[in-house]
Design a protein around this ligand. Structure first.
Ligand code: PHE
Length: 346
């Protein structure tokens, strides 16, 4: 039996040496290591051998098996490698050439700006929330002290949704500012709260170099006990410092928005003329970047908050203008033209 095993091993080796493709290798495996192979038969029959013989034959058979399996693996590896080399030569593939670059996308300059602004406020303890672009008249206007016949509605040419209630009213619109989220936030989050609300807003306006019917805004809202205008100014100064740079001058002036009292606007020194006055800043040396103010007591009350206890500040700014100011882009429509020659620069 031992001699038989030795012979088997020799034969198998010799045959293996002659093999030069994977198909033959597989039939070799079946023949010598398969379920019906002689080796398997020997291993199965161990049980019926006398004890003395069983040990010697068992050891030898297992050795032969291990050695053949090892040879099989090595031969397989060698054949596979040889196949790759042959294929490469045949097809003239140069595997040392670098791969074709896959074009990877990038974030739109407005998205980049939006993320950057959010990051600045998040670092100051604000939370980012988002809300619906199709909004109720109530949240976009009424809740913000802009009732039906209020002239402030004229400044926000509204796109109304074609939906009528039974009483013939059209209460749905595309939000004209992200301020529409103010009351939604106050209704859901008890103070102290600090949020920024980025998103798309819509106005019924023709496109030109500075207008598109859809653009981006970010609003901020902070409500707590004892919030003052100093908090508002401090927060927005800090924002301007981080976004536009340490030494950019900032100016606050009075402004009017129905949902804040008092209201303000913030402007930064013109980046083009450095404050001397030019075409971009309309010869004023300043560029308005946001509206702000202390949350109106009636807005607080509408959210069930006692204005004697709570106060807050709010601000809102257009995002599209920021990269325009920063990179000197003179036409906002470029952002929405999907022109890769433009977009790839950012
Ligand atoms: N929503 C105002 C606008 O679109 C900006 C603003 C927001 C002003 C919050 C004051 C407070 O012009």
């Amino acid at each position: 039996m031992l001699k038989q095993l030795e012979e088997l091993k020799l034969n198998a080796r010799q045959e293996l040496d002659a093999i030069n493709n994977l198909k033959e290798l597989e039939s070799w495996r079946v023949r010598y290591l398969g379920k019906k192979s002689e080796l398997t038969r020997v291993l199965r029959s161990l049980a019926i051998l006398p004890l003395a013989e069983r040990k010697a034959v068992g050891t030898s058979a297992n050795e032969v098996k291990a050695s053949l399996e090892d040879s099989l693996a090595r031969k397989g590896q060698a054949l596979r490698e040889a196949r790759v080399v042959a294929q490469t030569e045949e097809e003239h593939i140069d595997i040392t050439l670098p791969g074709r670059p896959l074009p990877v996308g990038r974030l739109h300059p407005i998205t980049q700006t939006l993320y950057e602004i959010c990051d600045i406020f998040v670092a100051m303890g604000f939370q980012v929330v988002e809300g619906p672009e199709v909004e109720w008249d109530y949240y976009n206007f009424e809740a913000l002290n802009i009732p039906k016949e209020h002239p402030a509605r004229d400044t926000m040419s509204t796109l109304w949704v074609d939906f009528e209630t039974d009483s013939g009213e059209r209460p749905m619109l595309l939000r004209t500012h992200t301020t529409s989220m103010q009351l939604r936030v106050m209704e859901r989050m008890p103070p102290p709260l600090r949020v920024v609300i980025p998103g798309k807003v819509y106005r019924y306006e023709a496109s030109d170099a500075t207008h598109t019917p859809m653009f981006h805004q970010i609003d901020g809202l902070a409500i707590d006990e004892g919030i003052t205008m100093a908090d508002l100014k401090g927060t927005l100064y800090e924002f301007a410092r981080r976004f536009f740079g340490e030494d950019r001058k900032v100016r606050f002036r009075c402004d009017y928005f129905p949902f804040v009292e008092p209201g303000a606007e913030m402007a930064i020194e013109c980046s083009v003329c450095g404050g001397k006055g030019c075409r971009l800043c309309g010869n004023t040396g300043w560029i308005e970047i946001l509206g702000a103010g202390m949350t109106h007591p009636e807005v607080l009350q509408r959210a069930g908050l006692d204005p004697e206890v709570y106060s807050g500040f709010a601000f809102g700014m257009g995002i599209d203008r920021m990269p325009m100011l920063r990179y000197g882009i003179d036409d906002t429509r470029l952002f929405y033209s999907s022109d890769l020659r433009f977009l790839r620069q950012f």
